[in-house]
Design a protein around this ligand. Structure first.
Ligand SMILES: *[C@@H]1O[C@H](CO)[C@@H](O)[C@H](O)[C@H]1NC(C)=O
Length: 382
């Protein structure tokens, strides 16, 4: 029996020792596990909290952004509305002003210029005649450059967004070219007649023997010069006698490409400009003119005293400005070249025609006929 007992005891001892050892190990592992579990729980809770906080934050910012966006669009709409209204007001005010008191504070010279503009019929008196002569001879010296735009007068609204109008410096008659091509024009006896006419009712309609292309015509001394262009033919300048109603001369100009003069007014095939020294033809040859003025973003140009002034704008019409000039006599040095901004208008100029005797520009802006009066200074002679 004894060995059995011993065995039993040994087994019991062994069992107790192992149990003791394993128990300790188990306890240890359990502690570690529960510590890890605790920590995991903590992390989990923390990350959950962060996540919730983040969601809240996201929601908050999204709401704030939405609110801001709404406010912004409301504000933007308001601003747009206001801008349109201001523009309209501005135009109406200009128009009303033009209709009521255009000569309130004009000096003597202005008055003469004005009378030129309003027709020769008021030039009967001796004294005014003298003033006119004096002014005229001063202009003819022709050593002047533009220094700025003195005033703007919105005269009328007649016709399409694009077109051209001009006044014959000699006969003082006004000619209206509606649209960008056609075979007829309107003639008014004076600027006053034109401004008082309901539409074009008081005009004489003149039908031409051929079609004019682009708002680039000129009228001088009862001769109309207009561009004629038919498909695959060179450009022609037609000289038409407005008194006898017949073509008196035709000049051909070779065109290398179909490039137009002003990129913003592609209808202007070529532009005729009259100034104190004669008749000029502005037309494009490929990309760059001899004037070195780019045609990109050019809208119109005019010639004053042998200096070409090129007017630029942007495709979405903003403020027109003279940004490049070229003096054929090389007398205007670049330092004295003025940066001239036109007063802010509604659209863009389809044409600008200079009248050397009045120092005025006849502009066609979105169907409005506008007169810009210019101020001059003497060229610095080098
Ligand atoms: C100008 O041209 C447009 C378009 O062809 C035409 O609707 C309008 O009646 C014309 N206006 C005048 C005054 O000829």
């Amino acid at each position: 029996m004894k060995p059995v007992f011993v065995l039993l005891v040994t087994t019991a001892w062994t069992f107790t020792g192992a149990q003791y050892y394993y128990q300790g190990l188990m306890d240890y592992l359990e502690n570690r596990l529960s510590a890890i579990e605790d920590r995991m729980q903590l992390w989990h809770e923390q990350s959950h909290r962060y996540h919730t906080e983040m969601l809240d934050f996201k929601k908050l910012t999204a709401e704030a952004m939405n609110g801001l966006r709404n406010e912004h669009s409301v504000l933007f709409k308001d601003l747009e509305g206001a801008a349109v209204r201001v523009d309209r007001m501005e135009r109406e005010m200009d128009y009303v002003e033009a209709q009521t008191s255009p000569r309130a504070c004009a000096n003597k010279a202005d008055k003469v210029v004005e009378q030129g503009a309003w027709g020769l019929e008021s030039r009967g008196e001796e004294e005014q005649e003298e003033d006119w002569e004096e002014l005229h001879s001063r202009v003819s010296d022709c050593v002047e450059i533009i220094s700025g735009i003195r005033s703007v007068k919105i005269l009328k609204r007649v016709g399409s967004p694009k077109g051209m109008w001009t006044r014959d410096p000699r006969s003082s008659k006004v000619y209206v070219f509606n649209e960008t091509s056609g075979d007829s024009i309107y003639q008014f006896n004076s600027v006053r007649d034109f401004s008082r006419s309901p539409g074009v009712t008081s005009s004489r309609q003149i039908r031409l023997p051929s079609e004019w292309s682009g708002p680039g015509s000129a009228v001088y001394n009862s001769y109309l010069y207009y561009i004629q262009q038919t498909a695959d033919m060179d450009m022609q300048v037609v000289k038409y006698d407005l008194l006898s109603g017949s073509v008196t001369d035709v000049a051909m100009f070779p065109v290398e490409s179909q490039a137009t003069v002003y990129s913003l007014n592609p209808e202007t095939v070529a532009d005729l400009a009259a100034d104190d020294e004669g008749l000029w033809l502005l037309y494009a040859n490929k990309q760059i003119w001899d004037t070195r003025c780019p045609r990109e973003n050019a809208e119109a140009a005019f010639v004053v005293c042998g200096t070409v002034y090129v007017v630029y704008n942007t495709r979405l019409a903003s403020r027109s400005r003279v940004q490049c000039l070229f003096d054929v006599n090389d007398m205007v040095i670049s330092q004295e070249a003025p940066l001239i901004y036109f007063p802010r208008r509604y659209g863009a100029h389809a044409s600008l025609k200079y009248n050397p005797e009045e120092k005025q520009l006849y502009g066609w802006d979105d169907g409005y006929q506008i007169i810009y009066r210019l101020t001059m200074k003497r060229k610095l002679l080098v």
